[in-house]
Design a protein around this ligand. Structure first.
Ligand code: SAH
Length: 207
């Protein structure tokens, strides 16, 4: 088990990323410093150690692997892209950790996880930049399947998020951060893109 923030950050930094990022799926890995910060917040709130964790849109497994490294009892990762899942499997194997990877759309959970309620959901969903409202099925699935949800969202999303969640949950914590992305996709016009984000902890009232 990892106990220091810096150690987790360095470990996640070493993971393999998307081989060919798919713009329509908004495949951006969560940068290691942000992933580590989010996961340490989750741990400090008692939401990771010994907990069951669901990683929605797991991608190459950064958040799910990090949760396992910090002492989650069991981690399940759901991802629609089989290519990303292959990388996630390799990342977990290299770290010597157990994660159940499931290929599925977050809006269509297959058995046996369809009926399971997880202690904690972690996710860095599409921001809806390519497909409008692509983040909504993630928010819906997270509230339905997890008691506590940690999500990374576009800056300025909080008011929308609170309205969209409505009576289904309440935001209990939030912090802002900046994601610096190297140019990975052809539609990027600059070498580096800085994206301000909001990380939010939500307590589900419907799971
Ligand atoms: N969680 C990873 C990846 C974030 S990128 C990380 O933190 O690094 C968002 C991921 O969501 C991509 O891997 C993309 O393929 C996946 N995704 C997008 N739409 C999806 C859907 N409807 N169902 C499941 N996964 C989806």
């Amino acid at each position: 088990m990892i106990v220091r923030l810096r150690h987790l950050e360095m470990t996640l930094q070493g993971l393999a990323g998307f081989p060919r990022p798919r713009p329509e799926l908004e495949q951006y890995p969560t940068p290691a410093p942000l992933a580590a910060r989010l996961l340490f917040l989750a741990r400090s709130q008692g939401d990771l150690v010994g907990r069951t964790v669901l990683d929605l849109g797991a991608g190459t497994g950064v958040l799910g692997c990090g949760a396992a490294l910090l002492g989650a009892a069991r981690v399940t990762g759901v991802e629609i892209d089989p290519g990303a899942l292959t990388v996630a499997r390799e990342n977990a194997a290299r770290l010597g950790i157990e994660v159940e990877w499931t290929e599925a759309d977050v809006s269509e959970f297959p058995p046996p996880i369809r009926d399971e309620v997880f202690d904690t959901v972690v996710m860095n969903p599409p921001f809806g930049a390519q497909v409008r409202h692509a983040d909504r099925p993630f928010i819906d699935a997270a509230l339905a399947h997890g008691r506590i949800v940690y999500g990374v969202f576009n800056e300025g999303t909080l008011p929308f998020l609170a309205g969209y969640i409505g009576e289904r949950g309440e935001c209990t914590d939030a912090f802002v951060a900046t994601i610096v992305l190297p140019r990975t996709m052809r539609h990027h016009t600059r070498d580096r893109v800085e994206i301000p984000v909001e990380c939010v902890r939500i307590r589900s009232l419907v799971a």
